[in-house]
Design a protein around this ligand. Structure first.
Ligand code: F6P
Length: 362
């Protein structure tokens, strides 16, 4: 290996810059390779938007949020929108990407991303490109790895928000509802809810009945606590219901992305419990800004391990964290597996229930 390329795809996530830094430093200092950054994810691979990465160019980025290489969401070169004869058509343009990295003399591609980005990484590996993948998502729902970087920062931000919401909740005897991210998985809701002292946590994995939520709040009142904190994962579902927020934002093709289930839960609880209620949608605040110290360490470990994997010739794999050990799994396995969801009967949910935290299911 003489020269490697790295790209970041999908939504931004705290820890991307530390990964770029770790890959670049290890490649240059440990192996003497050259490093090329591909800007704007797969879009840059298609357009030939490349930049040399040096020790100087990656200096000072460890604590920075976002990605110095920029990112693009949902750009899939195997089904890419291009203009032909004045019309927009979808085509497989992956060969253009492969040819561009060949022209740049790139021997191995390091691809950092979540589900969508890594599905394309697998498809490039199937085409013979030497790929090493690095998992990224604040949602922590990627199969094969215990924890993804970005998750700890998101949980910290949500926990701090809950600490702040507690003040208004207790001063005004209010119900404060916080909607957090996690499109299909409730990891951020569960962890921040426990860390932030929530009274109710609603997750996509445990369908809820709003009357059960109201009962938990009434039971608190009977114990003399006339305020409550409710954490709602954005993908939470009502028992027997569809994605409930559709009723509020009927015109949106993708209501989860707009946010809003927290508003629905808040308005229902205000009616059922009689307390003044407010909803806060935390949104992209959870993804922005500086990575937590543990995310900086985790993303550094992923970056270093990815370079070592390439050096030992193990391509077509994603680096993983298993317990406290760095390991790897094939992209075929990772992409073939279901997302890693919260276990409704798992130890953490059971512990929360033992503490009197409601999940709206009973
Ligand atoms: O997957 C990460 C995530 O932040 C989800 O939690 C959220 O549903 C989604 O991305 C939001 O995506 P976008 O930034 O495209 O609105």
């Amino acid at each position: 290996i003489k020269r490697i390329g790295i790209l970041t795809g999908g939504g931004d996530c705290p820890g991307l810059n530390p990964v770029i830094r770790a890959v670049t430093r290890t490649a240059i200092l440990e192996y003497g390779w050259e490093v090329v950054g591909i800007r704007n994810g797969y879009k840059g691979m298609y357009n030939g938007d490349f930049v040399e990465l040096t020790l100087d160019s990656i200096s000072g980025i460890l604590h920075e949020g976002g990605t110095i290489l920029y990112s693009s969401n949902k750009d899939n070169l195997f089904d890419y929108q291009v203009e032909e004869d004045g019309k927009l058509v979808n085509k497989d343009v992956s060969d253009v990407g492969v040819e561009n990295i060949r022209k740049m003399g790139i021997d191995v591609m390091f691809i950092v991303g979540g589900d969508g980005t890594l599905t394309s990484a697998r498809d490039f590996a199937r085409k013979g490109v030497k790929v090493v993948a690095i998992p990224k998502t604040i949602d922590n729902d990627l199969a094969s790895t215990d924890t993804t970087f970005g998750f700890s920062t998101a949980v910290d931000v949500a926990t701090e928000a809950l600490d702040r919401l507690h003040t208004t909740a207790s001063s005004h005897h209010r119900i404060m509802v916080l909607e957090v991210m996690g499109r299909y998985a409730g990891w951020i809701a569960l962890h921040s809810g426990i860390a932030g002292g929530a009274d109710v946590i609603l997750l996509p994995e445990i369908p809820y009945d709003i009357r059960n939520v109201a009962r938990t709040i009434e039971e608190r009142k009977a114990r003399g606590k006339n305020f409550s904190i409710v954490v709602v994962g954005e993908g939470a579902k009502e028992i027997g219901g569809d994605i409930t927020v559709r009723e509020i934002i009927k015109d949106s093709p993708d209501p989860i992305r707009l946010g809003g289930i927290g508003i629905k839960v808040a308005s229902q609880l205000e009616k059922l419990c009689g307390n003044e209620t407010r909803a806060t949608i935390l949104g992209h605040l959870q993804r922005g800004g500086s990575p937590s110290s543990s995310d900086r360490i985790l993303s550094t470990r992923y970056g270093v391990e990815a370079v070592k994997l390439a050096a030992s010739g193990k391509f077509g794999n994603m680096v993983t964290l298993k317990g406290d050990h760095m390991s790897y799994d094939s992209l075929e396995n990772v992409i073939g597996r279901k997302s890693k969801l919260v276990n409704p009967n798992g130890e953490l949910v059971e512990a929360a229930k033992s503490m009197g935290i409601g999940f709206g299911d009973e």
